[in-house]
Write a protein that binds this ligand. Structure first.
Ligand SMILES: [Zn+2]
Length: 253
């Protein structure tokens, strides 16, 4: 299943009991969708490509701006004004040419998300707006695809893992209102290592799950205060009235 070059490339993670040749072969067979190639999507895509996730769909409809470079470590100054998805494919291919990269440069909506989510084993929500987050959540719930969602604004980071059958609820149970929050990176700022830390942890959970382990974070919301360096874990509760996941398990309790 793995060739000699791959055994060498991935040798340090092949040593791990939870990965091994079988887990590595699973990673190679996997398809992931990464929604957003910014501060979170940069470390997420770099680590997943480096780890040998075999098929990556890279979705972003934006071009690179000067203000992105303070935290979006996939990109370089000379890349300004070029499409991020194209740039990401170039960078990641240079890092690991064994991976298949597909790019999506249109804005993801409920309609076009369906096809992308259906062909993925796992989705990483690295986007920067509530409308896309809700559309990604709804598509994952509908097609029963695990979702690893991250966000970071100012010194506050969030990490959420949801896996089928989504008994702990979904993103819409937590945030029923799809309105944009007042605080975002543009209004409140963010430090590069904040998105770097959350994105790295998204990649960690994704690699473990794709290799065949369960996520210890399933159904839990992790909150990180980067100023105090403190973590808080909240158990997600399913809202029986949730428009997205509420009706699915009505006979189970
Ligand atoms: Zn829900």
């Amino acid at each position: 299943m793995l060739n000699d070059r791959e055994f060498l490339r991935y040798s340090r993670q092949l040593l791990l009991e939870d990965i091994g040749p079988e887990g590595q072969a699973r990673l190679k067979r996997s398809t992931v969708l990464i929604v957003g190639l910014g501060g979170l999507g940069s470390p997420v895509s770099l680590y997943l490509a480096a780890a040998g996730v075999g098929n990556m769909i890279l979705a972003d409809d934006d071009q690179l701006h000067l203000t992105n470079l303070q935290r979006q470590i996939l990109f370089r100054t000379a890349d300004i004004k070029r499409p991020k998805a194209e740039l990401a494919r170039e960078r990641l291919r240079a890092l690991n040419p064994e991976v298949n990269y597909r790019i999506e440069q249109r804005r993801l909506t409920a309609d076009n998300l369906e096809e992308l989510v259906k062909r993925s084993e796992l989705v990483l929500d690295c986007c920067d707006n509530m409308a896309t987050r809700h559309a990604v959540n709804a598509a994952c719930i509908e097609h029963r695809v695990p979702l690893v969602s991250g966000s970071a604004v100012s010194f506050s980071g969030q990490l959420l893992v949801l896996t089928p059958p989504f008994e702990q609820g979904c993103y819409a149970c937590l945030y029923p209102e799809p309105e944009e929050p007042i605080r975002n990176c543009q209004t409140s700022g963010v430090l590069g290592p904040m998105v770097g830390a959350i994105g790295s942890l998204q990649a960690l959970e994704a690699i473990k799950m794709l290799a065949g382990s369960l996520s210890a974070l399933d159904g839990k919301l992790q909150l990180f205060d980067g100023k105090k360096h403190a973590w808080t874990t909240l158990q997600l509760r399913k809202d029986p009235a949730c428009a997205v996941c509420g009706g699915q398990h009505e006979n189970s309790c």
